[in-house]
Design a protein around this ligand. Structure first.
Ligand SMILES: *[C@@H]1O[C@H](CO)[C@@H](O)[C@H](O)[C@H]1NC(C)=O
Ligand SMILES: *[C@@H]1O[C@H](CO)[C@@H](O)[C@H](O)[C@H]1NC(C)=O
Length: 387
């Protein structure tokens, strides 16, 4: 498929790593298909690499294996030989590991001077660090009796709400043990816990917050309240004909059409211009019909927001929007609503329809025959208003 295996593999590793971070730092499980995600990223990457417009130096990617920077931590399960846990080597240079590798003669823990210093012992069960694990955060773990660190870690990951604090605490204990071994000053075990919390808070503070989820505009047409009316408007541009169109429809709470309008105008305006013309025409039309309370709805966020702000903020159409704003004062109650194009289909169809009319046409309690199905579709959608 044109994407080299080396790219696929590298991006696969990258995706796996991101997923692992999501789990560790945010406690989020990613259920998306890893292969699909990798392939999508690989294609994107290959596209960027091939497309000079974007970037011409992006032809290789490298993943570096660096030790974690300060304030970062690694969770190490310390059991790489999965099939034979009793012989698991483990990554930490504990006395037991060093002794097994014939680096030291004794495997005895230098803190308690009683037991063999395995990973589990140095980070969890040594009698000298008991006070680190009797803090209230770990009360759920009091009766645990893991046979190795890997077992402990998997219990924490599955059952404890705060594996990050666990990682920080074990890191602190390991640091404490090393300081003690090197005859340097070291923190007491209860202090290790307090420091772990502090470090974790500091670390969390550096994670950028996710932007708040914006409310998604509705996809379907939504009727107004029982006593109100809704005015939908839209504009259309006919470049070839050098013309523009306006569509407006007024409906009640049951979706029944009170009036509709389709108007052709010249020349072919800019999109924002025809939307501004359409909104002014919509307000004028509603006033002609005799509506005094309404929801005005369009799919142009710019126009709706500008009207909410009193008709300002878009220089090129400010005078048009000022007209609309003046007209809005003729209503005793007027609310503004932005919807997606799907929610504005009828007004959109009426604007497109204008190419077949000269000047403008108004239908009382009706729409052109070819658009009846759009009205019916909106009414059908009212039954299931889930977005
Ligand atoms: C479109 O019509 C206007 C007058 O209505 C004219 O000034 C303009 O040149 C026309 N544009 C094109 C592309 O024909
Ligand atoms: C305009 O009229 C033509 C011919 O009657 C028709 O094919 C076309 O669908 C109409 N366009 C619209 C938008 O209704």
């Amino acid at each position: 498929m044109g994407v080299p295996w080396s790219t696929l593999f590298t991006l696969g590793v990258w995706c796996l790593w991101l997923r692992r971070n999501n789990f560790i730092f945010r406690n989020q499980h990613n259920i998306k298909n890893l292969m699909a995600e990798t392939i999508a990223k690989a294609f994107e990457f290959a596209f960027l690499g091939l497309n000079e417009r974007h970037c011409h130096s992006l032809t290789t990617i490298q993943v570096w294996c660096l030790p974690p920077p300060e304030h970062w931590f690694k969770l190490n399960s310390d059991g790489s030989s999965l099939g034979n846990p009793s012989k698991a080597g483990g990554a930490l240079p504990t006395k037991a590991n060093l002794c097994r590798r014939h680096v030291t003669e004794s495997a005895t823990c230098e803190r308690c001077i009683r037991e063999e210093e395995t990973t589990l012992h140095s980070l969890w069960s040594c009698s000298k660090i008991v006070s680190a694990w009797t803090a209230p955060e770990w009360c759920a773990c009091q009766n645990l009796n893991p046979s190795n660190f890997k077992e402990l870690l998997s219990w924490i990951l599955n059952n404890h709400g705060n594996p990050e604090l666990f990682a920080m605490t074990t890191w602190g204990l390991w640091h404490q043990r090393n300081q003690a071994r090197l005859l340097r000053p070291f923190s007491s075990s209860d202090l290790v816990v307090a420091q772990a919390k502090e470090r974790l808070d500091e670390f969390i503070a550096t994670i950028p917050l996710l932007p708040p989820a914006l409310p998604r505009p509705r996809m379907k047409w939504k009727p107004p309240d029982v006593y109100g009316f809704k005015i939908n408007f839209d504009g259309a541009i006919f470049k070839q004909e050098n013309k523009s169109g306006i569509g407006v429809v007024i409906r009640d709470h049951s979706g029944a059409v009170i009036a509709s309008l389709s108007q052709l105008t010249a020349p072919a305006f800019q999109p924002i211009e025809i939307e501004a013309l359409a909104v002014a025409r919509a307000l004028e039309f509603g006033k002609e019909i005799g509506i005094t309370e309404a929801v005005l709805e369009g799919d142009s966020e710019l126009i709706i927001n500008s009207l909410k702000a009193g008709g300002k903020s878009i220089a090129s159409v400010e005078s048009l929007l000022q007209d609309a704003f003046v007209l809005s004062n003729c209503y005793s109650k007027l609310l503004y609503s932005h919807c997606r194009r799907e929610g504005n289909r009828l007004a959109h169809s009426l604007a497109r329809y204008s190419i077949n009319v000269s000047n403008y046409v108004v239908w009382m309690e009706e729409v052109p025959t070819s658009l009846i199905k759009v009205v019916q579709q909106d009414i059908a959608n009212m039954a299931n208003q889930f977005q």
